[in-house]
Design a protein around this ligand. Structure first.
Ligand code: GDP
Ligand code: IMO
Ligand code: MG
Length: 424
């Protein structure tokens, strides 16, 4: 961590890599933690001292009492969900009002955006994206169409702006013949959320962040989703609607590229994906079920089964390239403790051709694997890398050699304490 820089922690596969846990572990070293993309489609789990929290819009740096947390301009925010999340933290004893700043430029997710999300998914039939249903796509679409509502709009003449956008959405829904919905209750909670949000500092966060950097403070940018869900670089159209990659850190916070310091790429010792779309390493057998059971691979937002498979080096190399990853963070190694053999996907095969790069269309790619001996012992109690079993050290070395990037942090359990920083 360098003073006056923004380090980024980015999910580099399909999300749910453990970003929340690691941001929480990193926070004491930083002055500010900021989300730069996504919204309540994220579900970031933090576990410490017997407590568990799942954060959606609020940055995972919120548990350190003296740190500023920022929801940046690149984010989208649902006032009702934000209120529920913030109140849960307030009930648990965390005072948020002064420490949580929200960008005036972040876009608002309306109740009708969520209805549109459902309507568009229904219209796609068997090509559904499998969205989280939080209205993410329609909100970013309105942003790009230059008709969206922003947090700063709350401060002036809000009701008429809200009614105008809602009417526009209602017309689209009517045109789509999607009229079987009732947002009366939701809208009430949403308006309450608008009022509640206006009691927080709604600021020009880009100016604020640049001022902090000028003062020599350090910022940690907390990614949401993962590289393969990025709107430009993911498995389009089965992606989310924002730039989840390192470019998104600049646009989503309002900083220049030279202000970015370390780029931490976080991944699991195996792979998961939730929602539809190509996933060459997916296991449909009992091995996949076993990984899901041991890893508790069920969505933090929707409770859906996460699809499971072995680690995918083709996707990881691509993500390291796209993001300019400088250090890797490997999570959930403990989930593989009982496996005799572990596999790693080293290439894809499509129409009989071996591919070492992620192609334009990943659909139809098969994984080509290399076998690696498992360690077959319990990693969860290990606190120092010198106590790692040889076979686990070999797995780490194999990944580092293949990925040409050091793995500097390892996680061997969900608790804050089960994190090992390596002396690299
Ligand atoms: P995020 O969206 O990237 O923050 O990740 P999620 O919170 O959606 O999913 C990660 C899940 O793995 C959560 O349930 C965490 O509590 C859990 N977890 C994180 N690190 C580890 C680990 O090293 N081992 C195990 N077994 N679980 C972990
Ligand atoms: P975190 O931050 C995993 C997936 C959805 C769907 C696609 C589009 O917890 O890692 P959206 O609602 O964004 O329009 O859905 O993206 N998705 C995630 N998968 N982790 C996430 O966030 C995700 N956010 C969105 O399942 O396939
Ligand atoms: Mg998650």
């Amino acid at each position: 961590m360098e003073k006056g820089k923004v380090d980024a922690l980015l999910g580099i596969v399909f999300g749910d890599e453990g970003k929340g846990k690691v941001v929480d572990v990193f926070t004491p070293k930083y002055d500010v933690v900021a989300r730069f993309a996504g919204g309540p489609n994220a579900g970031h789990t933090i576990i410490f001292e017997g407590k568990k929290f799942v954060l959606r819009s609020i940055p995972s740096g919120i548990f350190a009492e003296d740190k500023i947390n920022i929801i940046g301009n690149g984010c989208v925010i649902a006032p009702d969900l934000f209120m529920a999340e913030a109140k849960e933290l307030e009930t648990a004893g965390y005072d948020l009002k002064k420490r949580l700043h929200i960008s005036k430029r972040a876009h608002l997710i309306l109740p009708t955006h969520r209805v549109l999300d459902r309507a568009y998914e229904a219209a796609k039939g068997k090509n559904k994206v499998g969205t989280t249903g939080k209205g993410i796509g329609p909100t970013y679409s309105d942003k790009a169409s230059r008709i969206g509502l922003r947090v700063g709009d709350i401060l002036e003449n809000f009701d008429s702006k809200y009614q105008a956008l809602k009417a526009r959405h209602e017309q689209i829904l009517k045109d789509l013949n999607f009229t079987d919905y009732d947002i009366t209750e939701e809208e009430k909670a949403w308006m309450e959320g608008i009022h509640y949000m206006s009691t927080f500092p709604l600021t020009d966060t880009e100016v604020e962040i640049n001022q902090y950097l000028k003062e020599g403070k350090s910022v940690l940018a907390e990614g949401a989703q993962g590289t393969m869900l990025d709107i430009d670089h993911g498995t389009y159209p089965f992606v989310s609607s924002s730039n989840t990659t390192s470019g998104g850190v600049c646009t989503g916070l309002g900083i220049g590229p030279k202000q970015v310091g370390e780029v931490f790429g976080i991944f699991k010792a195996y792979s998961t994906r939730v929602g539809s779309g190509p996933f060459p390493v997916e296991l449909f057998d009992e091995t996949g079920d076993k990984i899901r059971e041991i890893g508790h691979e069920y969505g933090a937002v929707t409770g859906r089964n996460r699809r499971c498979g072995w680690v995918d080096l083709v996707a990881l190399k691509y993500a390291i390239m796209i993001n300019g990853v400088t250090q890797l963070v490997m999570m959930k190694s403990d989930v593989l403790d009982s496996f005799e053999t572990i596999k790693a996907c080293v290439a894809y095969k499509k129409d009989g051709v071996i591919l070492e790069n992620v192609p334009f269309e990943t659909e139809g790619c098969e994984a080509v694997y290399k076998d690696i001996p498992g360690w077959q012992c319990d990693l969860t109690g290990i606190t120092d890398e010198k106590d790692f079993p040889e076979a686990f050290k070999n797995y780490i070395q194999f990944l580092e050699d293949e990925l040409e990037t050091p793995i500097t942090i390892l996680s061997v359990g969900p608790d804050r304490a089960q994190t090992i920083i390596r002396n690299k």
